[in-house]
Ligand binder design. Structure first.
Ligand code: IMP
Ligand code: MG
Length: 226
């Protein structure tokens, strides 16, 4: 009887030891999975803040895809309110504005027409005074409400050149919408009627904008790191 009692006590102690051991093992596993999760979060955070390299230059994250989307919604709403019943001709300026025009058109619910011109004034990261009209106007704009859709207005040289060629077309009205605008760099008198986001006078890439051909496909905007 005494033996049985002792065996019971020994077995009970062994079971408690086993449970303790299992408990410790579970705790270690739990802490390890916490450490693992934390490192995954950190990795995700650092990845979302990742710098990019295009040719010889580095760029840092600057404007998120979400912020761009909100800026476009704001422009669309303002234009829609101002237009009333008017059916406008939107005029996209290639190459840079292709992504803006596409997202703008998806958000714009009213009737409208779309045309493109192709202009170039940038050489690398520097704006030049010379604007090349690579594809001109091929749309009858007589008596039409024309709204230019620009990716970015920097010095305004491209816009002035475009305005001069549109003025020959006897349009009803001419307005300008630009997703990005660099007020410190702007040198012209033309009113930018709709501005998405004002930015400092620093070179950016992404969302249609390029550095020597690269970076147009990035869904967010990055700023040159100097
Ligand atoms: P602007 O003639 O100086 O106003 O420049 C207008 C054009 O230059 C824009 O439509 C863009 O194609 C290009 N551009 C201006 N600033 C930038 C920039 O920061 N990054 C990339 N392209 C730019
Ligand atoms: Mg442009």
């Amino acid at each position: 009887m005494k033996d049985c009692g002792q065996r019971y006590l020994v077995q009970r102690e062994l079971t408690i030891d086993k449970l303790d051991f299992l408990h410790q093992k579970l705790q270690i596993q739990f802490e390890l999975s916490n450490v693992y999760l934390n490192s995954v979060y950190l990795l995700l955070f650092f990845n979302s803040q990742k710098m990019i390299q295009l040719h010889d230059k580095s760029f840092a994250p600057f404007i998120s895809a979400k912020e761009i989307d909100l800026a476009i919604t704001k422009i669309v709403q303002q234009i829609k309110t101002d237009l009333g019943d008017e059916i406008p001709v939107f005029l996209g300026v290639l190459n840079g504005s292709f992504m803006f025009v596409s997202d703008f058109m998806k958000q714009f619910s009213g009737q409208c027409e779309l045309s493109f011109v192709k202009l170039a004034s940038y050489d690398g990261i520097t704006s030049t005074e010379e604007v090349q009209h690579l594809i001109g106007l091929h749309h009858d704009l007589t008596n039409r409400t024309v709204i230019v859709l620009e990716d970015i207005v920097d010095t305004g040289t491209t816009l002035l050149s475009l305005k001069k060629s549109i003025e020959k077309e006897s349009v009803k009205s001419f307005k300008v919408a630009s997703l990005f605008f660099k007020p410190e760099a702007y040198k012209k008198e033309i009113t930018i009627d709709y501005v998405g986001i004002r930015i400092p006078d620093k070179f950016i890439v992404g969302y249609g904008l390029d550095y020597n051909g690269l970076g147009r496909n990035l869904p967010a905007v990055y700023q040159l790191k100097e």
